[in-house]
Write a protein that binds this ligand. Structure first.
Ligand code: SF4
Length: 74
C-alpha cells in the first residue's frame, strides 16, 4: 500500500496526537500508510482542499466528513 498523498501537509498528528504516540501509530498504520481513501481528513481535503479540513476532525469521522461535503455542495 502507498502512503497518503497529503501526509506531508496533514497537521493531524501535531494538532491532536502529540501526547498520544501509541494511538498515533495505530492511526498512521491503519489510515496514512494503508486506507487513506477512507480517512475523513483525506476525503475532505480531496474535495475542498486541506484548508477546509477542521483541525479537530479524526480520520474515522466519516459522518462529519460527509456533512461538511454536503454543506459545501449546497
Ligand atoms: S490523517 Fe488522513 S489525511 Fe492525514 S496523513 Fe493520515 S490518512 Fe492522510
Amino acid at each position: 500500500m502507498s502512503d497518503c498523498p497529503v501526509i506531508m501537509r496533514c497537521t493531524f498528528f501535531d494538532d491532536q496526537m502529540s501526547d498520544m504516540p501509541g494511538m498515533a501509530k495505530l492511526i498512521q498504520v491503519q489510515y496514512c500508510q494503508n486506507d487513506f481513501a477512507n480517512c475523513a481528513r483525506f476525503i475532505i481535503s480531496s474535495e475542498l482542499g486541506m484548508g477546509s479540513v477542521p483541525g479537530n476532525i479524526f480520520p474515522g469521522h466519516l459522518d462529519k466528513a460527509r456533512r461538511i461535503l454536503a454543506d459545501n455542495a449546497e
